[in-house]
Every structure is written in C-alpha cells, then in structure tokens.
Design a protein around this ligand. Structure first.
Ligand code: FES
Ligand code: FES
Length: 270
C-alpha cells in the first residue's frame, strides 16, 4: 500500500471494513438498509446503567466513524463448522431454514442479538427481531420453526383448519408431532449465555456517550436517510407520503429554495 493512500473514514461503512479484514460471512444485498443481509451486532457499554447494550445493525449503513468505543460481532464470531456452531446457526440449519444462504448470516445475527438481550424471547420478539431481514428463497416458515425453539412457551403447531389456524380452535389436542420431523428439540445444543463472547473490558470506559439513536428499523433508520433514499418501500417513506408531507429545501440564508411533495419524490414524478 502506498503511504499516501487517503481513506475518507467518514464515508466508509462498517461493511467495507469487515470485508477488508477478511470477514466475508456478512453479505451485501441492497446496500441501502433494506434487506438485512449485512446485519451484525454492535455492543456498547452504558456507563450510566453500567450495562452492555446490544443492537443489530445493518453494516452497509453504519459509518465506521460512528463506532468509537463499540464492539462489533460478525457471524464468524459466534460459531463455525470448523469449531462449533452456535445454537442459532445449528437450529436454522436443522430446520432447513437456509437454501441459497444469502440471507442466513443476517438472520442469524438478528436472532443472536435478540438472544443476547433476551435469552427467552416470545414469538412476538422473534418476529420483531427478524422484521428487517428478507429471505427470497427459503420462505420464513422454516426459519421461524427453527428459531421458535428458543421460546419459553410451546407454540401452536398450526394444524387447525387448512393448517393455518390454531389446532385448539377446532377442539383438537395440541399436537407438535407433525412439526418436529426435521429435528428433535432435545437434540439441539442448548443455549448457554455463559458461553457467549464477553464485551472487551478495555472498551468499558467511563465516558459519556452522547448518541441519538432512533430505534426503528434495525436501530439505524432516520427520517433524513429515508427521504434521501426516496425509496417507497422503506417504512417511514410510506408514512410520510400518506401524511402528505412536504420537503422544504432551505438555503443557508433561510430562504426557501424549493418545496417537494414527498409522495411525488418517492414515485419519481417530481
Ligand atoms: S446490504 Fe441490504 S441492508 Fe445492508
Ligand atoms: S436462503 Fe436464499 S434468500 Fe434466504
């Protein structure tokens, strides 16, 4: 490398950095925060609560300069076929929740982050944690089948009417047998939070983090980012369009330069 190489760290994303150090398990799909293929876990120490906070973030949107004092865990960090799979990796594989595998590292990291924060999640927690992860070939049913084995409560086998309703609605006994042919839950590696990676002690510094975090989509979405993406599929774009919001471009002298109707911006007719 030439000594005069200049890297604008402000514009380098976390995804570029994890690839640069050879961690290619994290995948790159849309590059705009829409698919979740690049999900990794970012952990920070909160000196006020004296606890560690874990967030699933999309590495393609995360500027590397925003990670001062944070620890990043990619899919390579939690387990591998060479050493030992993490229970999350094992269960998605055993439930046949991975076909092309492109979404799998992101799914795994979203679920892993959820379990770091809540080792006994509910089904609602799981659905929410995976809301930003898209799968284009497997379908979500096997992925959920694998991950719901982490739930505290037994889930419905959905063997009711047309196999979509709760079996108990028809007065049948609750029967999970039809759903467990691919695996036996008792055979899985148990989740043992004491075996998880610890937060690097050297990062536990007593500094105040003044950070504004909008916890909407994978903890990274902002109104400005949604507008600039002009992509109608992003959650806030549809809300802004439905509310008939406008965007005013204002000069440094505070004079209004232009007003856009956001709906027109999002459908490309402005
Ligand atoms: S590559 Fe799709 S969210 Fe990052
Ligand atoms: S396994 Fe192919 S996109 Fe999910």
């Amino acid at each position: 490398m030439g000594s005069n190489m200049y890297i604008d760290l402000y514009h380098v994303s976390l995804y570029v950095c994890v690839c640069a150090v050879g961690l290619t398990g994290t995948k790159y799909g849309c590059g705009g925060g829409g698919c979740g293929a690049c999900t990794v876990m970012v952990s920070r120490y909160d000196p006020v609560e004296e606890s560690i906070h874990h967030c699933a973030v999309t590495a393609c949107l995360q500027p590397i300069c925003s990670l001062y004092g944070a620890a990043v865990v990619t899919v390579e960090g939690i387990g591998s076929t060479r050493t030992k799979l993490h229970p999350v990796q094992e269960r998605i594989a055993m439930a046949h929740g991975s076909q092309c595998g492109f979404c799998t590292p992101g799914m795994v990291m979203s679920m892993y982050t959820l379990l770091r924060n809540k080792p006994k999640p509910s089904m609602e927690d799981i659905r929410e944690a995976l809301a930003g992860n898209l799968c284009r070939c497997t379908g979500y049913r096997p992925i959920i089948d694998g991950f719901k084995t982490f739930c505290n409560k037994e889930q419905c086998c959905q063997n009711g009417e047309q196999r979509v309703k709760c079996c108990l609605e028809n007065g049948f006994t609750h029967n999970l047998d039809d759903n467990v042919k691919l695996f036996r839950v008792e055979d899985f590696i148990p989740l043992d939070p004491t075996q998880d990676l610890i937060f690097p002690p050297e990062l536990i510094v007593s500094v105040e983090f003044s950070q504004v975090c909008v916890c909407v989509w994978l903890n990274l979405q902002t109104i400005g980012g949604n507008i600039m993406s002009a992509n109608p599929k992003y959650d806030l774009c549809s809300v802004l369009a439905a509310a008939q919001c406008t965007l005013q471009i204002i000069s440094t002298g505070w004079s209004i330069l232009k007003v856009y109707y956001l709906l027109a911006v999002f459908v490309g007719s402005s």
